[in-house]
Write a protein that binds this ligand. Structure first.
Ligand code: GP9
Ligand code: MN
Length: 427
């Protein structure tokens, strides 16, 4: 009931990590360009196949500090059955996806206090999503209205002729290329989310787009995974060049993230060959790392940041960079740049990782020795309790549509979904 929201608010307030004063407001009113790397796992970074880097461009963003990006190498996805939609849900709400199904589909008509709406109300941002699939996939055209997303450039805005399309939809290179004028058309400041698609299971690629030979495990998806990753890397490089040319690069906050794993546990045999090690439950959990890179205009790169962080932490981090206190809202993550950042990463099923130990399917592991821990400490048990509680609180909020009963700031206006219309025909 509506009293639950009070307990939930109390919990998130207690967990809150106050801003890093050096960065609070550092990106105020800057355009935000958010780039989704479909199915991209962090093990691809610096991975070499046939003696070649698979993703040389991303590797250069990770290693060349002059390019201005900070790379979080212990950043984890937290998605479940909602896959891409879960990642979107978590990143823009700092709430957990559901244990079953996709909140995007089953809770698409809830009240939300999502990042696009907050940025619009607090700083007059225009928001847009750009994606080469059709608008109703994952029920996006409904829930985006609840998030306050102004424009959804779906496949109907792009040239979907046969040579441009593979697998789920538009290929990443034409997608990025055609997105530039759409970005240029937006009122500033804008918050634009570009979602790629080609690097998606089963990793199909046209011969002329393949610039690296497949791996040779005999597992087709795993073998092609490197080819579509290379294609995505090349697309990203072209896009960054185009942004520069359009004058949209230097002064924008740009962040790049992976949505979820690409290679499931069904492919462990081939992955053992790729990684040259046994895939234990702990190794599997470690493979849930996805990239997170961020460039903040006027702020120097920190190089590689090793903090344990997750998708849940992105929204509070961005709010603080905008100069908006994240504790006005109900958010389960904490600012990645804060001194108080909470370095535990819950997964949807109650497993979790921390810098020292991990809890996976009922067992604790020492991260360093990779051995199971026999003597479980109170600290470990307490962490497990807290995480169970956190997941329950988030579920209560989403299942009960409880943000209806929460007013974040005195001038907050509940989002009115009826004012948004998506698709070429409707706009
Ligand atoms: C489809 C794309 C793929 O629009 O987002 O979704 P996924 O299968 O990764 O959830
Ligand atoms: Mn996805």
């Amino acid at each position: 009931d509506s009293n639950d929201i009070v307990d939930i608010k109390e919990y998130t307030k207690e967990k809150y990590a106050k801003p890093n004063p050096a960065l609070f407001g550092a990106a105020k009113e800057k355009n935000i360009i958010k780039i989704h790397l479909e199915s991209f796992q962090s093990f691809l970074i610096d991975y070499e196949l046939h003696g070649e880097e698979v993703t040389p461009f991303l590797n250069s963003l990770v290693h060349d500090q002059k390019k201005g990006f900070t790379y979080f190498d212990n950043f984890f996805h937290q998605t479940e059955q909602g896959k891409t939609a879960d990642a979107e849900f978590i990143l823009d709400n700092s709430l957990y996806g559901l244990p079953q199904g996709a909140a995007f589909v089953t809770k698409g008509n809830n009240t939300y206090q999502a990042l696009p709406a907050i940025l619009n109300q607090r700083m007059n941002y225009t928001s847009a999503v750009l994606h080469g699939d059709y608008k109703s996939f994952w029920n996006r055209d409904e829930i985006y209205k609840q998030f306050g997303i102004d424009h959804y450039f779906d496949a109907s805005y792009y040239d979907m002729s046969e040579e441009n399309v593979i697998n789920y939809g538009l290929k990443d290179k034409p997608f990025f290329e055609e997105s530039i004028p759409m970005l240029e058309s937006l009122d500033e400041p804008f918050y634009a989310h570009l979602m790629t698609l080609t690097h998606h299971h089963p990793y199909l690629i046209d011969e002329e787009d393949a610039t690296i030979e497949p791996a040779e495990t005999g597992d087709g998806s795993v073998d092609r995974y490197f080819q579509t990753a290379r294609y995505l890397d090349e697309s990203l490089k072209e896009f960054i060049d185009d942004l520069k040319e359009a004058g949209l690069y230097e002064d924008s906050l740009i962040y790049i993230y992976g949505d979820h794993y690409g290679i499931s546990e069904n492919h462990n045999r081939a992955m053992e060959e790729i990684l040259d090690k046994e895939i234990t439950p702990l190794v599997s959990a470690n493979l849930q790392r996805v990239p997170f890179l961020i460039k903040i205009p006027g702020v120097e790169s920190q190089g590689i940041n090793h903090r344990y962080t997750s998708q849940m932490d992105v929204m509070p981090t961005l709010l603080h960079l905008m100069g908006i206190r994240a504790d006005d809202y109900i958010l389960f993550g904490t600012d990645m740049f804060s001194e108080d950042h909470k370095q535990f990463v819950p997964f949807r099923r109650g497993d979790f990782v921390t810098p020292d130990f991990s809890y996976i399917s009922g067992s604790y592991y020492d991260n360093e020795t990779e051995e199971e821990i026999e003597e479980v400490t109170d600290k470990m048990e307490n962490m497990k309790q807290q995480i169970e509680n956190e997941l329950q609180l988030s579920d209560k909020l989403v299942y009960g549509d409880l943000l209806r009963f929460y007013t974040p700031t005195k001038d907050w206006e509940e989002v009115d979904p009826s004012i948004y219309h998506y698709g070429v025909d409707e706009e």
